[in-house]
Design a protein around this ligand. Structure first.
Ligand SMILES: Cc1cc2nc3c(=O)[nH]c(=O)nc-3n(C[C@H](O)[C@H](O)[C@H](O)COP(=O)(O)OP(=O)(O)OC[C@H]3O[C@@H](n4cnc5c(N)ncnc54)[C@H](O)[C@@H]3O)c2cc1C
Length: 417
């Protein structure tokens, strides 16, 4: 088989890239070891966060750092053995967490985030997946005055970009979510965030639409990719050798496994995260994702139950799961919402593929014009998958990109790629 493009990795990012390319008339194959959406994209909190301005910042509070170091923070965990390998990444991440650089990131990434919801809506519409979409916003709750005040700059920035939000008191938030307990003082409702109640089903719907447009979803090992001169590249699949003019690496946390063969490396770190579903007690319901900002977890209503998702765990991608954060946040989550028994016996784990400046890499690799990357989407792979696909497709077909692709180029990491 020969196609114009082979997309390697069928998470939400790769599947969206493949669909956006197929929509523009290219012959495309989507290759993965597993079925679409079954890895990191399976277990997120389902939020399409069009409102995002500031990335998650490295903490600048010594008390907080001390709690993380002592493995007592609910929102962060780490494996001691991973620290030497992630130390330089953490320093770079910290340098991107100053107020000035957070503002710079907001400015650079705003055009991309602003397109996140409209692009999903278009794909959901044509994929017959709108029943998964809920336009009920995202509620962030603040138990302390301090945590609310600490996020004031983000709200000021939101105002300057015209991103909608509403500051509520506890009663205002309870009017929206009557099953919550008033254990918080302030709430902020971000109206521009939408959410899906089954992220796996969404990726599957996009993959189905891709095949309707003539795309091929094929099982194969991305690591078998080989460059074969002006003809492009070839990869071994369950349906034989697949040849393509271009390859897009959308392997999420596995991206460097393949880039390594081409003398390239992105400064990617794994921020692992967990989820577990719970039944709601009595008639309690939740209409939208809710962040308990002081503790650091999200409760999101899903088809499977109430999904509790954790913050970041710095650990080797392949190390055995250590879901201690679920245990640390569960008492607070039960205080906030009447969670009943857990549904699965063990939590799910995924690895957010994170770059230190919290921007993904989208575009051609330096020195390998046939090889493209769509990776490093960190906390926003679901949010940015379709916009990423559109940007790649526009660049590949010579159309005018809807936003400046420079902030996403791989060569910003001079010592890496
Ligand atoms: C707890 C948690 C909550 C989150 N909440 C949100 C949220 O609310 N909103 C949001 O926008 N984002 C969220 N995220 C982040 C989001 O889930 C990720 O950014 C996103 O899933 C990354 O997608 P991806 O397609 O890049 O990677 P993946 O989904 O991991 O896809 C990579 C694919 O590559 C395949 N692959 C790997 N190696 C090979 C190989 N050798 N050959 C063939 N195939 C291979 C894998 O099988 C996989 O299918 C959350 C993440 C976590 C962990």
């Amino acid at each position: 088989m020969r196609t114009d493009v082979v997309v390697l990795g069928a998470g939400i990012v790769g599947t969206s890239v493949a669909l956006q390319l197929a929509k523009r008339g290219l012959a495309v194959a989507l290759v993965d070891k597993r079925d679409p959406g079954e890895e990191t994209s399976f277990g997120n909190a389902g939020m399409i966060e069009g409102e995002t301005l500031f990335p998650h910042a490295f903490p600048n509070d010594l008390m907080k750092l001390a709690r993380i170091a002592a493995w007592r923070a609910p929102d962060a965990n780490y494996h001691l053995t991973y620290l030497p390998r992630v130390a330089s990444w953490l320093l770079a991440y910290r340098s991107w967490s100053t107020p000035e650089r957070l503002l710079e990131t907001a400015k650079l990434t705003r055009p991309m985030f602003a397109q996140a919801v409209p692009e999903h809506e278009m794909l959901m519409e044509e994929s017959g997946a709108t029943q998964l979409l809920h336009k009920t916003g995202w509620l962030r709750l603040y138990r302390s005055q301090r945590s609310f005040d600490e996020t004031a700059c983000e709200r000021q920035t939101a105002e300057s970009y015209g991103v909608r939000f509403r500051v509520l008191d506890a009663n205002g938030a309870l009017a929206l979510e009557p099953a919550l307990s008033p254990v918080f003082r302030h709430a902020v409702m971000w109206d521009d965030t939408v959410s899906v109640t089954n992220p796996l089903a969404l990726t599957q719907a996009y993959a189905r639409r891709f095949t309707e447009l003539g795309g091929h979803v094929v099982k194969g090992d991305a690591l078998s990719l080989r460059y074969c001169g002006i003809q492009g590249c070839r990869v071994r699949t369950s349906k034989g050798i697949l040849e393509a003019g271009h390859a897009v690496i959308a392997l999420g946390p596995w991206t460097n496994d393949l880039l390594r063969s081409y003398g390239l490396r992105l400064p990617l770190a794994a921020k692992r995260g967990y989820h577990r579903h719970y039944k709601a007690r009595g008639n309690a319901t939740l209409s939208r994702p809710v962040l308990d900002a002081d503790i650091g977890y999200v409760l999101a209503p899903m088809e499977q139950g109430i999904r509790l998702t954790t913050g970041a765990e710095f650990a080797d991608r392949d190390a055995p799961p250590t879901p201690v954060q679920i245990d640390r946040v569960l008492p607070s989550a039960r205080e906030l919402f009447p969670l009943g028994e857990g549904i699965e016996p063990t939590p799910w784990m995924g690895s957010r593929p994170c770059l230190p400046d919290s921007r993904p890499v989208i575009g051609q690799t330096p020195n390998h014009p046939w090889l493209w990357i769509a990776s490093g989407h960190a906390h926003w792979g679901l949010t940015l998958g379709p916009a990423t696909g559109r940007l790649i497709a526009e660049m590949m077909t010579g159309a005018t990109p809807f936003c400046d692709p420079k902030p996403y180029h791989a060569d910003r990491f001079r010592r890496g790629v």
